[in-house]
Structure formats: structure tokens, C-alpha cells
Design a protein around this ligand. Structure first.
Ligand code: PEP
Length: 249
């Protein structure tokens, strides 16, 4: 069986001092008990160099929170996949709901970003999920399958190097978590879609994200199609993040 992946998304939080303190506590915890899963942190772009240095040689892989679809040129403010690669970035979130919602990222834009990451040897963590209104209208499966199809149509052979994170929008940062049964049902639908697209895609890790915390992680991670977690708020507290990592054994 594949090792699970626990990825922290720091969002727009941190400072040089806070990052150092947080990572010192996480690294001490991991030194005391080696993780039985893969661990990553997706950090704000200005801190990539700092976190690369602080996590060098450790079990923590470096992640970015976004990546440009473009290789270089007149795209002020954007960061290319190759630039991320210069800092040892292994994972890049693409299509996080906050970027879809506040930055108007479309399914096509998300697919282009995933493809740019793959071309630079970075594994995209493709985030998708339904809003509360879509869930209440019974559209959850259709929405997430449309979001995933947009990426699968573009990445072709890269499909085996994806990670997919199912993050119901209504559960992100709200303290409301999908029940293990709700999450498993969506993950099973996504798994079926991946396998249908490409039998090798059966191995694509499917993470759950949305108010996962120390108290609910074990039950969510016990579901057969939940291969890890994408953790926001709880990734900013070393004890909680370590607890979730321990639950992913
Ligand atoms: C996220 O930002 O991807 C996330 C899941 O946030 P939270 O855990 O805070 O809901």
C-alpha cells in the first residue's frame, strides 16, 4: 500500500521567526517519532528559501501554494514552475478554492498550471470541491468530476504524477468537516474516474482537506480511498500537525 501524504497549507501566514519556531517544533516531533507517512508543507513564496534550508535533509518535502501556467516573461507577480524548482519545491497546490474564488481561476487555468508544474518535475496537488449550494443541489459528484476531467484532459501521461485533494468549499476554514462517509463517497467517485481515464491513475493519491484536525484525522484517514490530508489551520500548530501525521500511519 502507498504511504499516505500529509500536506500542510500555511496559506498567507507566517514570518521568518514564526516559521523557524513552527518548523523547529515539527522537526523535533518527527525526530522523536519518524513519520510513517510522507509529509509536506506548502509555504508562501517568499519563504521558500528559508523553509528549504530549515527542512534540508529532513522528512518534510517543500511545497508551493500556486504556480504560473507560463514558463517566463511578462507576467508580473507570477512565479514559474522552474523558479519553484530552483528552491527544491516538490509539490505545488493548484486550483485551491481560495484561488478559484478570489482570483477567478477557471478549470482551464487550473489544468494549465498542473501541466506547467508537471513539465518542471513538480507534482501538482490539484484541489477541487463543491460549494454548499452545489452540495445541497445534489451536484457534488458532477462538480468535482468536471473539475478533475478538465485536468485529466490536459495532462495526458502526467496523470500518474498527480495528487488530487478533495476539499469541500464549505469545510475549508469553517470548522465543519465532511463526515468520513461523505468524504469517502466523493473519493470513491474520483478514484473511479481516475481509473477510467488511465488504469495507472489508480495509484494517484487522493487527499481530503477541510477542517481536518487532531480530533477527526484518524477516522477520515481510515477510509479506503482517503490517502492523506491537506491541512490548513491545523498545520500552523505543531502539536496538531504532528498528531495528524501520527494518525496517518
Ligand atoms: C486548506 O486550506 O486547504 C484547508 C483544508 O484549510 P483548513 O484545514 O483550515 O480547513
Amino acid at each position: 500500500m502507498l504511504q499516505k501524504l500529509i500536506a500542510g497549507n500555511w496559506k498567507m501566514n507566517g514570518s521568518l521567526a514564526a516559521n523557524q519556531a513552527l518548523l523547529a517544533d515539527i522537526l523535533a516531533g518527527l525526530a522523536a517519532q519518524a513519520p510513517a507517512c510522507q509529509v509536506a508543507v506548502a509555504v508562501p513564496a517568499p519563504y521558500l528559501a528559508q523553509v528549504q534550508q530549515l527542512t534540508a535533509g529532513s522528512a518534510i518535502a517543500l511545497g508551493a501554494q500556486d504556480v504560473s501556467a507560463h514558463a517566463s516573461g511578462a507576467f508580473t507577480g507570477e512565479v514559474s514552475a522552474q523558479m519553484l524548482g530552483d528552491f527544491g519545491v516538490r509539490y505545488a497546490l493548484v486550483g485551491h478554492s481560495e484561488r478559484r474564488q478570489y482570483h477567478g481561476e477557471t478549470d482551464a487555468a487550473v489544468a494549465a498550471k498542473a501541466q506547467a508544474a508537471l513539465a518542471a518535475g513538480i507534482t501538482p496537488i490539484v484541489c477541487l470541491g463543491e460549494t454548499l449550494a452545489q452540495r445541497e443541489a445534489g451536484e457534488t459528484e458532477a462538480v468535482v468530476q468536471r473539475q478533475l476531467a478538465a485536468v485529466l484532459d490536459v495532462v495526458g501521461q502526467g496523470v500518474t504524477r498527480l495528487v488530487v485533494a478533495y476539499e469541500p468549499v464549505w469545510a475549508i476554514g469553517t470548522g465543519k468537516t465532511a463526515t468520513p462517509e461523505q468524504a469517502q463517497a466523493v473519493h470513491a467517485a474520483l478514484r473511479a474516474q481516475l481509473v477510467q481515464a488511465n488504469s495507472a491513475a489508480a495509484q494517484v493519491p487522493l487527499l481530503y482537506g477541510g477542517s481536518m484536525n487532531a480530533a477527526n484525522a484518524a477516522q477520515l484517514l481510515a477510509q479506503p480511498d482517503i490517502d492523506g490530508g491537506l491541512i490548513g489551520g491545523a498545520a500552523l500548530k505543531a502539536a496538531d500537525f504532528l498528531h495528524i501525521i501520527a494518525a496517518a500511519a
